[in-house]
Design a protein around this ligand. Structure first.
Ligand SMILES: NC(=O)c1ccc[n+]([C@@H]2O[C@H](COP(=O)([O-])OP(=O)(O)OC[C@H]3O[C@@H](n4cnc5c(N)ncnc54)[C@H](O)[C@@H]3O)[C@@H](O)[C@H]2O)c1
Length: 254
């Protein structure tokens, strides 16, 4: 069913991948373009965004790359201005940027806590603040990538708190923006295999797959398809929700 995002303009943050393979933002950008959106692929490392754009162009899609550190308000404003300048409008903001932090409560430093809060949570508020004036014109969709770490205990202190904050942010934005026809939702990925978690190595990868009730490995495509749905008009009556995409992991007990 191609064309689910036809005529729409999207920004995807963290649209590159930190290493070989496919990150969630990269897969989402590619699927957005396959479904007909024009996509501004934004990353703090420009070459990573360019790599995603190259893949989209190879398939005949329409995308361009931009550099922005979304922890900075001025970068977020420039990112939105670039999308509007290039494509004349904005319909979708996909807040994908996130970094992991595995430290427990007695290990996490104040610096690490502040950094994770800035990258994983504040960036989504700043990018939304910059995008909303453009989305007000004809309504739109904001999707924020959280994690099942926000919903189940899994040691990560700052990461879990930031990702839970994302869900709270989504709920308040959804309520504030509903009268303006701007929908705001979250995706909570489970243990998908992306470059962000490549440090687990092959044994860890297999363990993650086995732990998942469906018994198959989740990939960035699974997250990207959820993003397509939430950004599309198919989800026109869905707002303030967290879509868990985890192969059933949060259904299980320890
Ligand atoms: N991989 C998993 O198992 C998993 C599980 C749950 C949630 N997630 C979430 O999915 C999202 C994407 O993860 P991924 O695996 O694709 O990661 P990734 O590291 O491969 O890609 C993220 C991209 O974001 C960019 N980036 C980092 N900080 C930035 C900043 N301040 N401004 C702009 N760009 C920045 C990086 O350069 C990188 O290219 C994250 O929010 C992550 O927390 C991943």
């Amino acid at each position: 069913m191609a064309g689910r995002l036809a005529n729409k303009v999207a920004i995807v943050t963290g649209a590159g991948s930190r290493g070989p393979g496919l990150g969630n933002g990269k897969a989402t950008s590619i699927l957005f373009a396959r479904e007909g959106a024009r996509v501004l692929c934004v990353d703090s490392v420009l070459e990573r965004a360019e790599e995603t754009v190259k893949e989209i162009a190879r398939e005949g899609g329409d995308a361009s790359a931009g550099a922005a550190d979304v922890t900075r308000a001025s970068d977020c404003r420039a990112m939105v201005a670039a999308a509007v300048e290039r494509y004349g409008r904005l319909d979708i903001l996909h807040n994908n940027v996130g970094i992991e932090s595995r430290a427990g409560i007695l290990e996490v430093s104040e610096e690490e806590w502040d950094r994770v809060m800035a990258v994983d949570l504040k960036s989504m508020m700043l990018a939304s603040q910059a995008a909303i004036p453009m989305l007000l014109e004809r309504g739109g969709a904001i999707t924020c990538v959280s994690s099942i770490a926000a919903l189940r205990g899994h040691q990560r202190t700052a990461y879990a708190a930031a990702k839970a904050g994302v869900i709270g942010l989504v709920i308040t934005l959804a309520e504030q923006l509903a009268p303006k026809r701007i929908r705001v939702n979250a995706i909570a990925p489970g243990q998908v295999w992306t470059p962000m978690v490549a440090y687990h190595g092959e044994p860890g990868r297999e363990e993650r797959r086995r732990r998942t009730p469906l018994g198959i490995e989740g990939t960035a495509w699974d997250i990207g398809w959820a993003a397509v749905y939430l950004a599309s008009d198919e989800a026109r009556w869905v707002t303030g929700q967290t879509l868990i995409v985890d192969g059933g992991l949060t259904l299980t007990t320890r």
